[in-house]
Ligand binder design. Structure first.
Ligand code: MIC
Ligand code: SF4
Length: 643
């Protein structure tokens, strides 16, 4: 039986297991990437493993998130990252060189290879025919050490694209349409593989906008074939030699098929506060807007920014709108500058920021109180922008540009003659901001400023788990709720005791204090608990506060894995009705947890306050159970190394 593209690449990298959906597999990782907000922890973990040099084909450390330097902390971390990269054989992309996913796509992505990144949007490189997966920093550290990456084999869904996009409709609208249909939970346990005649009409950056935001569907990853379009892109990046044709076998089968007719799409927009709250732009057009932000790893390519510049050329941004633009990479930035498009943007009244994540992660440019912000980004979770009550909408660069001119949400089809920017024949290639590893690693001294605190290590799992329900939350709780980011908190990513003070701050500001007073306890969650970011701090900081288990209706993939990696038991209700029956403050006990986990998939939780008990499932494989018993992956790996 023929295989689809995802299965072909996974099979070529398979180390253990079989490609049956729902079963655990282990794959070899060719490339890794980290970014600075997750990277410091990942490298501290790598260091703790005692491996002298990375064992991947390529590992790159990017500095793109924590670039607003309002104190010494971020700059300290940058120095740490630069020196540790030099020592261990890692390439370092300097601050200002661009967002990890955009730069990786331009300079390093290789069709048919595997990429593991400590950022949930690592999937961006799926646009170039890679199996590119986001994971917690510790999983990436293990991969850097040459260990395989374990994952549950996803189902593979074919997204069959028919026809061609109409003028003013863009790649962003394709993924917004999928989010509208399938929701933020629709991709859980799936890989989306794009096929059909519509693929040919999409450039690599357009494909990558789609695979980038496949993460918002909850998918493990998304992938496009590597075809003539891929070759053109790689040639323009002066990397044609890594190109090879990759597609599904002609008789490939899929677990599911989604049909999408590009001709029928219109400009779409996601309303506050979820990427799947999608409607046609015309339904909300006319709404007054305070800010328009163009950038992020979703939509900040050369094509995107040239399109925006051509819309704005010779016109003025509406006086009530603050327009901010952050180019995805230095390549994009320099090219729009040399093409004169940057001058057009500046003349129109746009505010330009450096090539970095910036406003997407609340690193500056927080909207006004209750302000409406239209962004070309991928996430609009409550409070993520840095303003708790901001109303953030997600849309294409075309919608954003039209809106910046009129001051109200605007359908770009009202702009008249369509603009179509092709990718350039040749990109401006200059890798001088990417520092190769040191030739003499022994001579490199790792610099650690006072912001870098040692890794907290957990004790092995105790015989019984007991404590109070510290908090009960609803469905779709994101890691932005659990461990918020933003300009004030992100600089604490290398300092777990300090960042732990902010756990659940947007939901319940007294959480950390209560957890510490009570010596930890339990968290109760709804469906899709932990969606969004790969930040392992959403597990690591709760672990530091003594959280023993999270009992939820269901979990998001990366967060579930992060909980296991840091020795917190992720449990699901056998009877979801028990969610309602649990009250904050209830005293719970899981007696004989260690033994119970090894014995079978279910455990009994006693509710000592109510005098009742209920069943939960842990769903751990034998390997994962051992990790939990050891107190997390680091202990487990060190134990293995010692043995
Ligand atoms: C995000 O978009 O939320 C981030 C910041 O890129 C995160 C990683 C992090 O929290 O450092 C992600 O998506 O994984
Ligand atoms: Fe950076 Fe935003 Fe992309 Fe995350 S989603 S990597 S914060 S640009």
């Amino acid at each position: 039986m023929g295989k689809n593209l995802a299965q072909n690449i996974l099979e070529a990298h398979l180390v253990a297991g079989e490609l049956t959906p729902g079963k655990e597999i282990a794959i070899r990782i060719d490339q890794t990437l980290t970014q600075d907000a997750t990277g410091t922890m990942a490298y501290l973990q790598f260091e703790a493993m005692g491996i002298p040099r990375v064992r991947t084909n390529l590992s790159v450390s990017y500095i793109d998130h924590n670039t607003l330097q309002t104190g010494f902390e971020n700059a300290d971390d940058h120095r740490f990252l630069q020196t540790i990269a030099a020592k261990y054989g890692i390439y370092l992309s300097r601050p200002g060189n661009g967002i990890c996913h955009q730069v990786h796509l331009e300079r390093f992505a290789v069709p048919g290879e595997t990429l593991l990144g400590s950022d949930s949007h690592t999937t961006t490189c799926g646009g170039l025919g890679m199996i590119a997966i986001g994971a917690g920093g510790l999983d990436v550290a293990v991969a850097m050490g040459g260990g395989p990456f374990y994952l549950t084999m996803p189902k593979v869904a074919l997204v069959r694209l028919k026809g061609k996009l109409r003028p003013w409709v863009s790649a962003k609208d394709i993924i917004l349409e999928l989010l509208r249909r399938l929701t933020v939970k629709g991709g859980v346990g799936r890989i989306f593989e794009y096929g059909g005649e519509g693929v040919r009409s999409l450039s690599v950056p357009e494909r990558s906008t789609i695979t980038n935001m496949g993460t918002e569907l909850g998918a493990t990853t998304s992938i496009f074939p590597s075809d003539a379009v891929t070759r053109v892109f790689l040639r323009a990046q002066k990397r044609e030699k890594v190109w090879r044709r990759l597609e599904a076998d002609s008789d490939a089968t899929y677990d599911e098929v989604v049909e999408l007719d590009l001709d029928t799409l219109e400009p779409l927009i996601a309303r506050p506060h979820s990427p799947d709250s999608v409607c046609p732009v015309k339904e909300v057009s006319g709404l007054k807007v305070n800010q328009v932000a163009i950038g992020s790893c979703t939509n900040s390519s050369y094509q995107d920014l040239m399109t925006v510049a051509r819309v704005l050329k010779g016109k003025r941004v509406h006086p009530d709108v603050s327009l901010v633009i952050s180019p995805g990479s230095r390549q994009v930035f320099e090219m729009i500058a040399r093409a004169g498009a940057l001058a057009d943007l500046i003349a129109s009244g746009a505010r330009t920021l450096e090539s970095a994540c910036g406003p997407c992660i609340g690193m500056g440019q927080a909207p006004s109180w209750g302000g409406v912000s239209v962004r070309t980004f991928n996430r609009n979770f409550e409070g993520r922008s840095g303003t708790p009550n901001a109303q953030v909408y997600l849309a294409s660069p075309e919608v954003a540009a039209a809106t910046a001119l009129t001051g109200v949400i605007t359908d770009p089809r009202t702009l008249g003659k369509p603009i179509r920017v092709a990718i350039p024949r040749i990109f401006l290639v200059d890798d001088s901001m990417i520092i190769p590893p040191a030739k003499e690693p022994a001579e490199v001294k790792i610099e650690r400023g006072p912001n870098i605190k040692p890794l907290p290590i957990k004790e092995p799992l105790t015989e019984s788990l007991a404590g109070r329900v510290l908090l009960r939350v609803g469905d779709n709780i994101s890691t932005d709720h659990i461990m918020p980011a933003g300009a004030k908190i992100l600089p604490l990513r290398s300092n777990i005791p300090a960042i732990a003070e902010h756990v659940f701050a947007p939901v319940d500001p007294s959480f950390a204090k209560r957890a510490k007073e009570l010596g930890g306890g339990f968290i109760v969650g709804g469906t899709n608990y932990g969606q969004g970011s790969s930040r392992e701090h959403a597990a690591l900081a709760p672990m530091y506060l003594g959280i023993k288990a999270v009992i939820a209706k269901s979990f998001a993939r990366i967060h579930w894995a992060n909980l296991v990696n840091f020795g917190i038991l992720p449990l699901t209700f056998l009877d979801e009705g028990d969610y309602e029956r649990l009250n904050p403050g209830d005293e719970l006990e899981i007696a004989g947890a260690r033994e119970g986990i090894l014995k079978g998939p279910t455990l009994t939780v006693k509710n000592l306050t109510q005098g009742t008990d209920f069943q939960v499932k842990h769903g751990l494989t034998a390997r994962q159970a051992e990790i939990l018993l050891a107190g997390g992956l680091l202990n487990y790996t060190q134990k293995g190394a010692a043995a």
